[in-house]
Design a protein around this ligand. Structure first.
Ligand code: FMN
Length: 318
């Protein structure tokens, strides 16, 4: 099966391999890097609707984008339709491609406020949120869901149909319930059912570990695109068919070096050193002698030292 482009509203997604939203990871530099390696669409970290409406500085930093990373889906989370609508109106002015609504996050802090995957238990509220967001933006609005709350309440097909009728332009589905967290067994058959019940595009997600896994998921379920989260960390080449399954050390270091370059360009690197080392260490995971390099990465005292280390490693492995 050849991966085919598809459209979400008027937005063309050239490559159906898509970067998932990952809080703490999918910031502007990492999204740009994944686009450079071929991701057809990238999602931001989840962004609080309250943070936007109350103009918090940290939230404003999180919506920064540039033309080169488009198409970008900026993801909002919240449970109050009116505030979600106001947040959509604020980001509607930004040069991004679409707005996504988080209806899948299982984290306690989020669900106890009725947001994230808790919305799968309150479809009327979820519908009102979708309608408010759609009414306040000219951009396509998408949702990201799970299969249901638990294994006795798998409701993704009906829920997704409701979303389509409320104006959603695509649905991404992580093939787990809330009760599965991030490690229960994925059930791709629900993706097939969601696809059968909708006319808008469906994006499948959960435990895609290789490009071939993604192709297989599209063939098996009929979904239009696949979204990759954890496997893309330290491995942005996952979006590209031309890079083989066992990337060389030089390819890993080149990707890391480019990642650091983009961080330097867009973020206050020294302030975020811990987070950057966390990203950097992932490029050497599962590599022979990778742990000794990871130790050196974690010993770097500042961003400059980290860059020097990576450049010298790259010179050694040319
Ligand atoms: C560290 C981490 C942060 C995440 N943050 C978000 C988020 O902000 N919004 C969201 O919809 N999903 C979030 N997710 C879920 C992922 O987007 C994805 O659905 C899940 O990890 C399954 O895909 P994967 O197996 O390819 O990682 C997060 C997952 C992880 C592990």
């Amino acid at each position: 099966m050849q991966p085919a482009p598809f459209t979400i509203g008027p937005v063309r997604v050239e490559n159906p391999f898509i970067l998932a939203p990952l809080a703490g990871y999918t910031d502007l530099p990492f999204r740009l890097l994944c686009r450079e390696y071929g991701a057809g669409l990238v999602y931001s970290e989840m962004i609080s609707c309250h943070g936007l409406v109350y103009d918090q500085n940290k939230t404003k930093e999180m919506i920064a984008t540039v033309a080169e990373e488009q198409p970008l889906a900026l993801q909002l989370f919240g449970s109050e339709p009116e505030i979600m609508g106001q947040a959509a109106a604020i980001i509607d002015k930004e040069p991004l491609a679409m707005i996504d609504i988080n209806m899948g996050c299982p984290v306690r802090k989020v669900i106890k406020k009725g947001a994230g995957s808790a919305l799968m238990q309150t479809p009327h509220l979820a519908e009102e949120i979708i309608r408010q967001v759609v009414a306040n933006t000219s951009k396509p609005v998408t949702i990201k869901i799970r299969t249901g709350w638990n294994h006795n309440s798998i409701n993704a097909p009906e829920f997704a149909k409701m979303a389509e009728e409320a104006g959603a332009a695509a649905v991404a589905i992580h093939a787990r319930t809330w009760s599965d967290g991030f490690s229960g067994k994925v059930d791709y058959s629900v993706i097939t059912k969601v696809k059968e019940s909708l006319t808008i595009p469906v994006i499948g997600n959960g435990d895609i570990h290789s490009y071939n896994d993604g192709i297989k998921l599209m063939a098996e379920t009929g979904c239009d695109g696949v979204m990759i989260g954890r496997t893309a960390l330290g491995a942005p080449w996952i979006f590209s068919p031309s890079i083989n399954i066992e990337p060389s050390r030089s390819l890993r270091l080149k990707a890391l070096s480019r990642h650091l370059e983009l961080i330097d360009q867009f973020l206050p690197a020294d302030r975020l050193l811990g987070k950057i080392k966390n990203h950097a260490g992932k490029y050497l995971k599962g590599v022979q002698n990778g742990s000794s390099i990871r130790v050196k990465i974690f010993e770097a005292k500042n961003f400059n030292q980290l860059q020097v280390l990576v450049h010298s490693l790259l010179d050694q492995h040319k």
